[in-house]
Design a binder for this molecule. Structure first.
Ligand code: GDP
Ligand code: MN
Length: 398
């Protein structure tokens, strides 16, 4: 469960991690009021459950109440990676001298906790990890192992926190580690931890993700107004629609609509698409033995997604029958119509009947099938994946 920046900062405050004194605004009018009372240069920060807000234009300075009003009007109209902006966190603007990164997470491969720090804060830490792994400090700990202040001190020194602030820096790192353990977190991050021109260390951002299965152990979250929520935050409109229809569905950021059979094949299809240089626009599971109606709805989700350039379909008929699959596809084509190219493959249980249904529908309405490339067991799934990537690219160069 991800926390909003302002919620994360509330936890920071409880653990003596310095944060700027912020206030929330839910309308331009409120932003105006906050700035007129704050009476100093401020930064307005969109509160959405995704990172990279800075790059997306979700973090903006404002120098007075009037500016706060106009700037916030624009912020409230933004959608950041599909998330609407309903709340702003307004803080006095920091005079930034240098930005650091400090985080704690789980090293899943080794069943350990890992403290990560870098002198290159503010930017995408994954990018730094790839390009300059030497600029990242990692300290791995066993869950039962004590994390000593002197070790945090060493880390603070290595990332370049100046001498007179090493004690403060070490305290922040140790406190962040305590917070991580006490709240059963999966990830806690301060990025950036800002060194101000006046020589203070301040957590300018917070990113916290808690273990959903352990949230019940922390009733104090509820007291703070932090309610349980969907893992990755707000659902997109399509995810909500899919949930209403009972279809497990997740939006991703690629352009190939994934129309698989079960979840296992969905994962494999995802790997195939990546392998051939494409990016899936979604993850989806049909569930065992989906009805034709459900199959049709799955296609509606993909066809109506403007990000989808081509659709990759695969039905391995097992419990799920190819004839029902074919009926669902035909139902979709007749009732809704297809606006994107599809390449699909169908094999397994009742495939002959499935093929017959397609052939009959095609004989009746050939135009419905204009954008469908249809394959059976003779074509390996690798070819289908490759073709889906080509189709998506072809659309792009139009
Ligand atoms: P993110 O892009 O979602 O990670 O949002 P951040 O809170 O990290 O903000 C992005 C960037 O805004 C930071 O890395 C800072 O460089 C920049 N920024 C500029 N002035 C300020 C300020 O006064 N406060 C904060 N928090 N960030 C500022
Ligand atoms: Mn950040």
């Amino acid at each position: 469960m991800r926390l909003y920046e302002f919620e994360g900062k509330e936890l920071f405050k409880r653990f003596n991690i310095p944060i700027p004194p912020g206030r929330l605004a839910r309308s331009p009018r409120e932003a105006y009021t906050v700035l007129s009372e704050m009476n100093q240069p401020a930064v307005l920060k969109a509160q959405v459950l995704t990172g990279g807000r800075g790059k997306a234009g979700g973090v903006k300075p404002a120098d007075g109440a009037n500016e706060a009003k106009t700037v916030s009007e624009r912020l409230f109209e933004l959608k950041i990676k599909g998330f609407p902006v309903n709340t702003l966190l307004i803080e006095p603007r920091l005079d930034i001298e240098k930005e650091f990164y400090v985080g704690v997470t789980i090293d899943r491969a080794n069943y350990k906790l890992v403290v990560i720090a870098s002198g290159e804060g503010g930017v995408d830490i994954e990018e730094t990890a790839q390009k300059h792994p030497d600029r990242i400090i990692k300290k791995t700990l066993d869950i039962s192992e004590e994390f000593y202040t002197f070790e945090a001190f060493g880390i603070a020194k290595q990332i370049g926190i100046p001498g007179e602030l090493l004690r403060a820096g070490a305290a922040i790192i140790v406190n962040l580690y305590d917070l991580f353990k006490r709240f059963d977190a999966k990830l806690v991050e301060i990025n950036p931890l800002v060194l101000t021109k006046s020589g203070d260390l301040v957590a300018a951002d917070s990113r916290i993700s808690l273990d959903d299965d352990a949230v019940f152990r922390h009733p104090e979250l509820k007291e703070m107004g932090i309610e349980s929520r969907h893992e990755e935050g707000e659902m997109t409109e399509r995810e909500k629609q899919a949930q209403q229809w009972g279809i497990p569905y997740l939006d991703l950021d690629g352009d190939i609509g994934m129309f698989p059979g079960g979840a296992g094949f969905g994962i494999m299809g995802n790997d195939f698409i990546h392998y051939y240089g494409g990016k899936p626009a979604n993850f989806m599971d049909s569930g065992g033995g989906p009805s034709p109606e459900r199959i049709a709805k799955m296609l509606v989700l993909l066809d109506e997604n403007p990000a989808v350039k081509a659709i990759f379909g695969a039905r391995f008929g097992g419990i799920s029958r190819c004839d029902d699959f074919a009926r669902g596809v035909v139902m979709f084509l007749k009732d809704h119509g297809l606006s994107k190219p599809i390449v699909m493959r169908m094999t397994g249980n009742m495939w002959q009947e499935g093929v017959r249904i397609f052939q009959q529908a095609k004989a009746e309405n050939p135009e419905l099938f204009d954008r469908i490339e249809f394959h059976g067991i003779e074509t390996p799934i690798e070819e289908i994946s490759k073709r889906a990537v080509e189709l998506a690219k072809g659309e792009r160069s139009d």
